[in-house]
Design a binder for this molecule. Structure first.
Ligand SMILES: [Zn+2]
Length: 452
């Protein structure tokens, strides 16, 4: 027996198995049970959302000799033949492959004959928008006066390309992108039944990449299962998809938050050297930033390494990297727009120490020398205390006299972290190397104008 893809094996056989299209399924079920099936349906929606599967289930339902409610039995000779693609009365035309001229001409000649086995003749035309004008006209003639025993199901990803004369003669259903929870649930079910061993996080990643298409999701699962001999690890999946672990994205953004431009650039080069497609990486990065931004608006806290990020920063980052992603399409060296975005982001998130800082405490200016020292102190503190380093980096330092350093924070949480006794002591110890007379640290909350 030839190898069958998971998508084929787990293709919905009944209405109840169609994932994520409740509104379509309910209407079709009602039509079947009440005997009010239309003569022409238009199934619109993104690829892999179940349009042709639904068409085949409908074909089975109207021809099944042993139907239970709206559901086909899937065992009678008609059901079996339709599932196997050998039924004489169910014709599938793929307009994308040959633009359908011959098939539609043949269809026009044969459509008037009654079905071979009773019931209905069902014509399923996939990617119907690809038909030639000639084929459209032929199809239209048939749609204008469809014989009693014929049902057309026209499926398309691009309904706007269809002539209105066709659209107006069909009952239209819009298939939607399948939601992530529904995709994950279906992936879990299929994996369990196929006996796959799957590492946590795999389904989430597949669902994210598949972007609402169940066919794509199952296709990825299939490839990953083949690669790992029925054991799917996140690492294998990342190498298969050309994606990177979420941790890499977090690290990159973390570098930007801490003003570590060099480290961020190095990370980009590592990603490129690892054979990853940089455009996929850019896409993942913008997706990641977008999720962080959504979380920020929902009041969710970001991961520890990114705790210094504010909404404004996220908007800035997302804008920069979305633009980079766009520019990469035209760039001969894909890494350059990304590198530029990294450098710009680092500058915007954390102004260079040389730049004149905003005077948070009016009247107490900061000397360039103090700025230089502060950069060294900050670097040393980060080395000794990586978790709190990014918090400290968010402070605006003002040397107030020879023995007092005022750290102004815009975020209460940042202030609390740095002001914690053990952290403050560590900072003062580092400061004492530069200021032998001793330096006391005072943490305050700054209120800039225009900010809450
Ligand atoms: Zn049946």
């Amino acid at each position: 027996m030839p190898y069958q893809t998971l998508y084929r094996i787990w293709r919905p056989r009944r209405f109840a198995e169609i994932v994520g299209q409740g509104h379509v399924v309910r209407t079709l079920q009602n039509a079947v049970t009440t005997g009010r099936v239309a003569h022409a349906y238009l199934f619109c929606g993104p690829r892999g959302t179940g349009k042709t599967s639904a068409a085949k289930v409908l074909a089975k339902a109207v021809n099944c000799t042993n139907r239970a409610g709206a559901e086909p039995c899937d065992t009678c000779s008609s059901c079996v033949a339709i599932a196997a693609g050998t039924a004489l009365d169910v014709l599938e035309i793929d307009a994308a492959s040959n633009r359908g001229v011959d098939e539609v001409r043949e269809l026009r000649e044969k459509v008037k004959f009654r079905p071979a086995t009773g019931g209905f003749k069902v014509y399923i035309v996939d990617e119907v928008h690809m038909l030639t004008n000639e084929a459209f006209n032929a199809l239209l003639k048939t749609l204008e006066e469809p014989p009693e025993h014929v049902i057309f199901v026209l499926a398309t990803t691009e309904p706007h390309k269809l002539p209105l004369t066709i659209v107006s003669r069909c009952q239209r259903f819009d298939f939607r992108r399948i939601g992530k929870p529904e995709l994950v649930a279906r992936l879990e079910e299929v994996s369990a039944r196929a006996g796959l061993l799957v590492e946590p996080g795999v389904f989430d990643l597949i669902a994210r990449v598949a972007d609402g298409s169940l066919r794509d999701a199952l296709g990825i699962l299939d490839q990953a299962a083949a690669l790992g001999e029925n054991r799917i690890t996140l690492a294998d999946l990342h190498s298969l998809l050309g994606t990177v672990a979420g941790e890499v994205l977090e690290r990159l953004v973390g570098h930007l938050v801490s003003g570590e431009t060099g480290a961020a650039l190095l990370l980009l080069r590592e990603v490129e050297a690892g054979g990853k497609e940089l455009r996929i990486f850019a896409r993942e990065l913008t997706d990641y930033l977008r999720r962080l931004l959504m979380d920020a608006f929902n009041g969710d806290k970001p991961a520890a390494a990114l705790s210094g990020l504010r909404r404004d920063d996220l908007i800035e980052l997302l804008t920069l990297f979305a633009r980079a992603e766009q520019e990469m399409r035209l760039a001969t060296r894909q890494i350059i727009p990304l590198e530029l975005a990294v450098v710009t982001a680092a500058q915007k998130l954390r102004p260079a120490p040389e730049a004149p800082g905003k005077a948070v405490c009016p009247g107490r200016a900061k000397a360039p020398e103090a700025e230089r020292v502060w950069a060294s102190v900050l670097a040393e503190f980060r080395r000794q205390n990586p978790p709190v380093g990014p918090w400290l980096a968010r402070a605006e330092p003002v040397f107030d006299g020879p023995h007092k350093l005022v750290l102004a924070f815009r975020e209460e949480l940042a202030k609390e972290k740095v002001a914690a006794p053990e952290n403050k002591v560590m900072l003062e110890k580092i400061l004492n190397r530069y200021f032998p007379g001793g330096m006391r640290v005072v943490c305050v909350l700054s209120r800039e104008q225009g900010e809450p």
